[in-house]
Design a protein around this ligand. Structure first.
Ligand code: ZN
Length: 339
């Protein structure tokens, strides 16, 4: 008996063109992916939903894709994996939905909305506006935005980025990123969070992390873990950095600019930390409103991710950005491999 295969409304080639042939944008996307079946087809062709590699049932038998016609109207067209083992008149009948363990597990929204929200997140539409435009409301938009952010965070955490190297220049700095005000008893308390980061001038690679304080005990191990030996490091004149040239601190070539006097060394225009400070500005622009530390970590992850995979922030050309969205979906697939 032949497996019934879903009728897909988009071909693999349609999906290839969607991402690789400019222009890419919300309007173009809406034109090419406009029905429930399109949304499903896209999930299949991007690998977010698996309908080709049958999982193995708990009983050890390869499962089969079947369509429950009574449920053919649902977002995934009623398809599920079924075990049809029959032994001594006993049937296994074990079934798995094709969304198990995928990005679309337990999704209550129409899948079209999910795609639209992911795209709005990608193009950095403010979340409230995204909720309104998609028509799904603010909560669903917030949910999917943080879902996308979580993917970025997971990818960045696993990268364990180490930047710089022989002949390269890395600027490092700390910044006071936000104050969360909250009521403790009757007092309004403020919470201070320090973020430590570095950026390589040549490769543009960056790392960022929340740190409890700015002491050497905290920063030195991070510097050695995140920056390749042989790198030239630029800092401000904070005392904590004064020993970076010592072998026990990594033996880096180190230059410091005294910010109390100048922002660029008057004798050497190369000695400054302007690159990393510009990044703080961009980062702070992205962090709106109050957030707790966990959410802050997610935002930092998203920030680093966008730098790394979407070619930084302001330079991403929208028309040709389909390939970047495709990269993101590749990461989604890694994080949610399905059954
Ligand atoms: Zn079975």
């Amino acid at each position: 008996m032949a497996d019934k295969f879903p009728q897909l409304s988009l071909t693999a080639n349609d999906v290839y063109k969607l991402f690789e042939e400019p222009p890419f944008g919300l309007i173009e996307f809406g034109r090419r992916v406009s029905t429930k079946l399109d949304a499903f087809s896209l999930a299949v062709h991007t690998g977010l939903i698996n309908i080709t590699v049958p999982p193995t049932c708990i009983c050890g038998i390869t499962m089969r894709l079947v369509q429950r016609t009574g449920k053919a109207e649902n977002a995934y067209q009623g398809f599920e994996w079924q075990c049809e083992r029959s032994l001594n008149g006993q049937r296994c009948r074990h079934a798995l939905t094709i969304t198990s363990g995928s990005f679309f597990t337990d999704v209550r929204l129409p899948w079209m909305n999910v795609w639209d929200l992911c795209l709005h997140w990608f193009f950095r539409t403010p979340v409230i506006a995204a909720g309104n435009q998609v028509g799904c409301g603010k909560d669903a938009a917030l949910d999917w935005y943080s879902f996308c952010r979580q993917v970025c965070y997971d990818v960045v955490s696993e990268m364990d980025t180490c930047i710089g190297g022989e002949g390269l220049h890395v600027e490092i700095d700390e910044t006071h990123i936000f104050k969360r005000k909250y009521h403790r008893g009757r007092q309004l308390a403020a919470e201070h969070v320090w973020v430590f980061g570095g950026i390589c001038r040549e490769s543009k690679e960056a790392f960022l992390q929340v740190v409890p304080d700015r002491t050497g005990q905290t920063l030195w191990p991070i510097i050695q873990q995140r920056i390749h030996p042989g790198t030239t490091i630029m800092t401000d004149s904070a005392r904590v950095y004064a020993s970076l040239h010592q072998a026990s601190r990594g033996g880096f070539v180190h230059y410091a600019v005294n910010h109390r006097r100048n922002f660029v060394d008057p004798n050497d225009a190369n000695i400054h930390t302007n690159t990393v400070e510009r990044q703080w500005g961009l980062l702070k622009g992205m962090l709106t409103g109050c957030m707790d530390e966990e959410r802050l970590e997610m935002y930092l992850g998203e920030y680093v991710y966008r730098r790394q995979f979407f070619q930084a922030f302001n330079t991403m050309e929208k028309r040709t950005s389909g390939k970047f969205f495709k990269i993101f979906l590749g990461h989604v697939k890694e994080m949610f491999p399905g059954i």
